[in-house]
Design a protein around this ligand. Structure first.
Ligand code: SF4
Length: 307
């Protein structure tokens, strides 16, 4: 029943900033590669998120297939390229039941991973789950390339936004995710997210109940751009948000496409760059930050997707 109400949002799809305009209800797909039914690849208690999200029990992560950004260096490459054939379609009711089952298993929150191309279903399913007893925070975990119009549909439903801010440079964004407008779009999206949540709130258990965590994955040779991202975030939001500075970039071999990583991404972070960025963040006066070990790269931080 709920799915019928939201079908029209997919008919001339402008859900994300790509604004493909395709009719996803007719079997066509746009840049994200997905039809008009959400496909979930994996749902699990995830212990690899930031401590205020994972806690001791884990975060109830729901990994959606497809992505409207598709960075060439994607750390969730297996599921971001489009349908894998391993996930399954979920209705609004089934999604809401999935969230409730994760809560039942002890999840500290429901962590919707890369769901931006399914916002109509996400909004309806979270609303239904909350009406049926979902009382843990709902986390919207995304790449930061979201439209303000779509985010407004999530008003009152998302408790914690966890977007990336990947880069400032338009040419870097164009080379890695074919979105030279990434920074401008991301700035507007983060403003809307912050407008909805306000300054972060931690519970007595030390876990995040409300607010925003912005992640930045450092890329090899891009320390200057990282500093610009940190300048922006600290200047705009300061200590009202958390910043998660990530050191886990891992170059990998493409298994599925006849393309290679651009040469500058075929290596790990140069020694010392991560420490320099962490020190810079400190100098900017950011107390609410997550930093990783100097060498956190590798697959062990990534969930085990079905392949
Ligand atoms: S959600 Fe998908 S089809 Fe719709 S505008 Fe974005 S990339 Fe295009």
């Amino acid at each position: 029943m709920h799915d019928d109400f939201i079908t029209s949002d997919y008919e001339n799809c402008i859900i994300c900033p790509r604004k493909c305009g395709v009719d996803r209800t007719s079997g066509k797909v746009g840049f994200c590669g997905m039809g008009d039914k959400p496909v979930v690849n994996l749902a699990m208690l995830h212990h690899g998120e930031e401590p205020v999200i994972s806690g001791s029990n884990g975060s109830g992560a729901v990994f959606f297939e497809g992505c409207s950004l598709k960075c060439v260096f994607c750390q969730n490459f297996d599921v971001s390229r489009g349908p894998t054939g391993k996930g399954r379609e979920y209705s609004v009711e089934e999604l809401s039941e999935l969230y409730l089952s994760l809560q039942e298993k002890g999840a500290h929150n429901i962590n919707l991973v890369t769901a931006g191309h399914f916002v109509p279903h996400v909004a309806a399913s979270v609303k239904l789950a909350k009406a049926n007893g979902l009382n843990v925070p709902v986390v919207y975990n995304c790449g930061g390339y979201e439209s303000v119009e779509a985010l407004k549909k999530l008003q009152g439903l998302i408790d914690v936004y966890m977007p990336d801010m990947k880069f400032c440079s338009p040419s870097l964004a164009a080379k890695t995710c074919m979105a030279k407008d990434y920074f401008d779009i991301c700035c507007k999206a983060l403003d809307e997210m912050y407008r909805q949540t306000g300054p972060f709130v931690l519970g007595e258990d030390g876990l995040m109940k409300r607010g925003m965590i912005v992640r930045h994955l450092m890329l090899p040779g891009q320390l200057f751009d990282t500093k610009k991202v940190l300048d922006y975030l600290c200047g705009r939001f300061g200590n009202n948000i958390y910043i998660s500075l990530m050191n886990q970039y891992t170059p990998f071999e493409y298994k599925y496409e006849a393309m290679k990583l651009p040469e500058f991404l075929q290596r790990k972070l140069p020694q010392g760059h991560y420490a320099a960025a962490a020190e810079y963040l400190d100098l900017l006066g950011q107390d609410n930050a997550f930093v990783q070990d100097e060498d956190a790269s590798g697959d062990e931080l990534l969930p085990d997707f079905k392949t």
